[in-house]
Ligand binder design. Structure first.
Ligand SMILES: Cc1cc2nc3c(=O)[nH]c(=O)nc-3n(C[C@H](O)[C@H](O)[C@H](O)COP(=O)(O)OP(=O)(O)OC[C@H]3O[C@@H](n4cnc5c(N)ncnc54)[C@H](O)[C@@H]3O)c2cc1C
Length: 405
């Protein structure tokens, strides 16, 4: 234990990705002094292909609007989606959701991760209470009654009232704080690419469950689509080894030519898919958010949305404590955050496990039941509405920043 009387800042955030940056901005706007460090350098992958994008739901949109970065994000031309279609190859099952059925103009946006991070960094740069540094990583953490001190690779030390670990799936903060996590492979690899289909995507996010894993076509501007094709490792390696033309043919075939032929394919990237969940989200004066706390199969496009909700929730409990002149990182404050978010995220992980198991089998009886289930749900407006309201972030125990205006 070390004793530090006057911490260098109120909050130190490790990881300046989308989630850490959103949390930093929310805290700084509340008047707290925030330091953010990241091991990498600003937007070093800005021009990387394929573009990494996320389906951002209405709850995350509300958070980004309240942080006043939405206008800059809109300038990057994100694509709205007004409809979601899910189809199962192994049965005749289909289900679709329309924004209009909920009285909405859209169900979400497909946005480049880089555009979101850039907008958040621009806004952080303008804040006098924020110290943003790149090329820095922690090597040790020590907590006391009143502060937490992080030693950087350079030997420099930074103390803060709270340390927030937003440093992604292989979180060093999680490791240094001795927070254990459960980890298991989905035995799937996701292949991501930007493609240009022959037919208009019509602002629809499509997902087809194939025998060897789900394939999503997410609409982008200029009638391009970002595809996420998850498959067992053997199949994924085969797909990666194909020449562009052969890959385009196989992709169009796998998608039953629903968007016609595939006319252009960017370089492909692969992501091994691992399920992780931190056993605790908090330590002494420490909290984990985003992928540092949980990673989930991308089949429902929820990982970043869960992370934005973590950031907004942690901000809410910290700022409530701060406004009441209470210790912002006391055990009871951090426990409130953990209780609020761990349960919600555990539910998402369990539902995704269920989908993964249900759609990952070619057992004919299960396949028939699956098709029946999808078709029945498609014809049951109440169940359908409840499902989509959760998916787009209109329901659930959401933090204030995520509420609809
Ligand atoms: C194929 C695929 C598709 C996906 N699609 C969607 C989707 O459609 N919708 C959705 O909501 N989610 C989606 N996700 C999930 C989403 O991408 C993640 O949940 C999100 O990017 C997590 O953000 P983060 O800021 O928590 O972590 P990261 O983006 O990993 O950021 C972590 C930051 O910490 C930094 N860092 C790491 N280690 C250190 C260290 N030791 N010291 C200092 N800094 C460090 C890194 O440089 C990085 O800047 C998808 C994921 C995959 C794999």
């Amino acid at each position: 234990m070390i004793q530090t009387q006057t911490p260098d800042c109120d909050a130190l955030i490790v990881g300046a990705g989308m989630i850490g940056s959103a949390c930093a901005l929310a805290l700084a706007r509340q008047g707290l002094n925030v330091s953010v460090i990241d091991r990498d350098h600003l937007n070093q992958n800005a021009k990387a292909e394929p573009r990494r994008v996320s389906a951002i739901n209405l709850a995350s949109e509300n958070i980004l609007k309240r942080l006043e970065v939405w206008d800059e994000i809109l300038a990057s031309l994100p694509q709205t989606f007004e409809r979601i279609e899910v189809q199962d190859e192994g049965s005749s099952g289909t289900i679709s959701f329309d924004a209009a059925d909920l009285g909405l103009t859209h169900l979400g946006h497909i946005i480049s991760n880089e555009a979101m991070t850039r907008a958040l960094h621009h806004s952080l740069d303008e804040k006098q209470r924020v110290f943003l540094r790149f090329g820095q990583a922690p090597t040790a953490i020590a907590s006391s009654d009143s502060s937490v001190t992080v030693t950087l690779k350079t030997g420099e030390m930074i103390s803060a009232r709270i340390l927030i670990g937003a440093d992604g799936a292989n979180s060093r903060v999680r490791e240094l704080a001795g927070i254990t996590h459960q980890e298991s492979s989905y035995d799937h690899m996701a292949i991501v690419a930007t493609v240009k289909p022959e037919l208009p995507h019509a602002c629809c996010a499509r997902q087809r469950f194939l025998e060897r894993g789900p394939l999503a076509f997410l609409p982008l501007a200029n009638n391009e689509c970002s595809i996420v094709w998850s498959a067992d490792t053997e199949k994924a390696e085969q797909l990666l080894a194909l020449e562009d033309e052969a890959f385009a043919l196989e992709l169009a075939e796998a998608f039953e030519h629903r968007l016609g032929s595939i006319q252009k394919v960017s370089p492909r990237a692969k992501f091994p898919l691992v399920r992780r969940h931190a056993v605790n989200y908090i330590g002494e004066r420490i909290a984990l958010i985003g992928d540092a706390a949980h990673t989930v199969h991308p089949l429902a496009g929820l990982g970043a949305n869960q992370g934005f909700a973590d950031a907004a929730t942690l901000f809410e409990v910290i700022s409530n404590a701060s406004l009441q002149n209470r210790d912002l990182a006391s055990r009871s404050v951090l426990r409130r955050y953990e209780r609020w978010r761990r349960g919600e995220n555990a539910l998402v992980l369990r539902v995704m496990d269920g989908f993964h198991g249900l759609f990952g089998t070619d057992n004919p009886a299960v396949s028939r039941l699956r098709g029946l289930g999808l078709n029945l749900t498609d014809n049951a407006p109440l169940i359908k509405e409840t499902l989509v309201r959760y998916a787009v972030g209109l329901e659930g125990d959401l933090p204030r920043l995520a509420h609809m205006p």
